[in-house]
Design a protein around this ligand. Structure first.
Ligand code: GLN
Length: 475
C-alpha cells in the first residue's frame, strides 16, 4: 500500500487515475484513521462513511470505464461542522443543534462533489465558530496533533488537526476573524482565508455574516490552490459572492517577478512571542536573499482591530443566532409552557457560556442608546481600517506578519480569561474586517518544536500572490 498519510491530493488523484490504488481503498484508509487517530484527537463529530464509500465507488467506476474524472477525484476531504451536508448532522459544535440534520448541501459541497472529491467527515469546532482554542465545543476540546496537552487553535481546530495528522489531505473550515489561519499556524499546515465573497457562503451556518468566509486547509500549496480553484466564484444563492474572473491558480504558482512586501511595524510590538518574531524575521531574510524587496509600513488602526471585531462580530451573531429558539431547528425545552418560557429554556440550556457572552455583548451594542456609541462607531473604525489597507496596497504586493502572537498554548490556559483569548486573534482580525485575503504558511517552529506560521496578506482578490509567495517559501 502507498503511504497514504504522506500523499498530497494531487498524488492521490494520480494514483487512482493510473490504477495504482482504488478510490475505495484510499477512502477506507482515511475513514480508518478518522475512527482511530481522529477519535484520539477528538477531531470529528461525524464520519460520513456510507456516502463516502458510495462516492469512492463512483470514482472507481469512472476510472474503469475510461470516463473523465474531476480534479479532486477520490480525494478525502473533511468539513467543519457548520457546513451543510445533506443527511448528516450539522451541530456547529453546539448542544442546541446536536440533532439538526440539514436537508440540503452547501454550494461548497456541490462544487467539491462535482470535482469527484469524497467527503469523509464533519469536524469538531468551537461552538458556532466562536473561539480560538476549540475548547468551546459541546463535544469537548480537540487536541493538537503533535502536542496533545495543547490546543489546535480554533475555531476550525478539528479541520486543522485532521489535515496535520494526515487523516485527510484537505479540509475546510470557516473564518470570521482568523479561525482557519490561527489553527493552521498552531498545527503546522497551510490555511487561507479568501477575499470576502471568494467562496459561496450558501449552506454555511452564519456567525458574523459580514466577515464569514469558508476557507481551505492543506499540507501543501498546490493542493490549497487546486481546492480553492474548484470552490471559488460567484454563486447565485449567495448575493455576497463575487463574480471575479479567478486565474488558473494551480498552474500559475511559479512567479518570475519579484515582490514588494510591506512590514507593518504595529504587528511587531508588545505581546509578540520572541520565537514567533524570530521565525518571521528568518522568512524576511530568506525572501530578501531571493531578491524581493521590503519596505517598512504603518497600519496605525491595527491596535483597534480586536475591539472593533468584538463589537461587530457579536452584534451580527446576536441577530444571526436569534433563529435558534426551539421552534424551527434542533433542541426544544419545556414545550408545554408559555412560548416565552420555551424560548428562554431552550436557549439557556442549548447555548454554551461563550455563545451566551457574545449574544449578550451583541444585544447590548445594538440596543437603543448604545447603538451609536458602540456599533456605529466600530463600523466607522472598520471602514478606516479597510481604507488603510487599500492605501498600503498601492505601494506593496503583500504584507508580512506573524499569524498569531504565540505558538499553541495549553488546553485550559486561557479558557477563564476571555480577553487573553481574544487577543490571540489580533493579527488575523484586520484582514477579516477589511475583507481581504490572507494565508498562514507553516514556516518554522519554537525551540520545543511547536509549529509557527507566517502570515501574508494581499489586496482584494489577489489570492494568486498569496499562493505564489507560499510556493516560494515551500521550495
Ligand atoms: N477567534 C475568533 C472568535 O472567537 C475568530 C473566530 C472565527 O474566525 N470564526 O470570534
Amino acid at each position: 500500500m502507498l503511504d497514504y498519510k504522506k500523499m498530497s491530493a494531487t498524488d492521490i488523484r494520480e494514483a487512482i487515475a493510473t490504477r495504482k490504488v482504488t478510490a475505495v481503498e484510499i477512502v477506507q484508509e482515511s475513514i480508518r484513521l478518522a475512527k482511530t487517530e481522529g477519535k484520539e484527537l477528538n477531531a470529528f463529530v461525524t464520519i460520513c462513511e456510507d456516502k463516502a464509500l458510495t462516492q469512492a465507488k463512483v470514482v472507481d467506476d469512472k476510472v474503469k470505464s475510461g470516463a473523465p474524472i474531476g480534479s479532486l477525484a477520490g480525494v478525502p476531504i473533511a468539513l467543519k461542522d457548520n457546513i451543510s451536508y445533506t443527511d448528516y448532522l450539522c451541530s456547529c459544535g453546539s448542544h442546541i443543534l446536536d440533532k439538526y440534520v440539514p436537508p440540503y448541501d452547501a454550494t461548497l459541497v456541490t462544487r467539491l462533489l462535482s470535482a469527484d472529491a469524497v467527503i469523509i467527515g464533519k469536524t469538531n469546532m468551537d461552538e458556532f465558530a466562536m473561539g480560538s482554542s476549540n475548547e468551546n465545543s459541546y463535544y469537548g476540546p480537540v487536541k493538537n496533533p503533535r502536542f496533545p496537552d495543547r490546543v489546535p487553535g480554533g475555531s476550525s481546530g478539528g479541520s486543522a488537526a485532521s489535515v496535520a495528522q494526515g487523516i485527510v489531505p484537505l479540509a475546510f473550515g470557516s473564518e470570521t476573524g482568523g479561525s482557519v489561519r490561527q489553527p493552521a499556524s498552531f498545527c503546522g499546515v497551510y490555511g487561507m482565508k479568501p477575499s470576502y465573497g471568494g467562496i459561496s457562503r450558501y449552506g454555511l451556518v452564519a456567525f458574523a455574516s459580514s466577515t464569514d468566509q469558508i476557507s481551505p486547509i492543506a499540507r501543501n500549496v498546490a493542493d490549497l490552490a487546486t481546492v480553492f480553484k474548484v470552490t471559488c466564484g460567484r454563486d447565485p444563492r449567495d448575493s455576497t459572492s463575487v463574480a471575479f474572473d479567478h486565474p488558473d491558480y494551480p498552474n500559475r504558482l511559479e512567479r518570475k517577478e519579484k515582490f514588494t512586501i510591506g512590514i507593518p511595524r504595529e504587528y511587531f510590538a508588545e505581546g509578540l512571542d520572541p520565537e514567533v518574531n524570530a521565525v518571521v524575521q528568518k522568512c524576511i531574510s530568506e525572501l530578501k536573499k531571493a531578491g524581493h524587496s521590503f519596505i517598512d509600513i504603518s497600519l496605525p488602526m491595527t491596535d483597534k482591530g480586536v475591539a472593533v471585531y468584538y463589537i461587530v462580530a457579536p452584534a451580527e451573531a446576536s441577530a444571526n443566532l436569534a433563529r435558534f429558539d426551539g421552534v424551527k431547528y434542533g433542541l426544544r425545552k419545556s414545550g408545554d409552557k408559555e412560548l416565552a418560557d420555551m424560548y428562554g429554556d431552550t436557549r439557556a440550556s442549548g447555548f454554551g457560556a461563550e455563545v451566551k457572552r457574545r449574544i449578550m455583548l451583541g444585544t447590548y451594542v445594538l440596543s437603543s442608546g448604545y447603538y451609536d456609541a458602540y456599533y456605529i462607531k466600530a463600523s466607522k473604525v472598520r471602514e478606516l481600517m479597510r481604507c488603510e489597507f487599500e492605501e498600503v496596497f498601492r505601494a506593496v504586493d503583500l504584507i508580512i506578519s506573524p499569524t498569531a502572537p504565540t505558538p499553541a498554548f495549553r488546553i485550559g490556559e486561557k479558557i477563564d480569561d476571555p480577553l487573553a483569548m481574544y487577543l490571540s486573534d489580533a493579527y488575523t482580525i484586520p484582514a477579516s474586517l477589511a475583507g481581504i485575503p490572507a494565508i498562514s504558511i507553516p514556516y518554522g517552529s519554537a525551540s520545543d518544536g511547536r509549529p509557527i506560521g507566517v502570515q501574508f496578506t494581499a489586496g482584494g482578490f489577489n489570492e494568486l500572490a498569496l499562493f505564489q509567495v507560499a510556493k516560494m517559501m515551500e521550495q
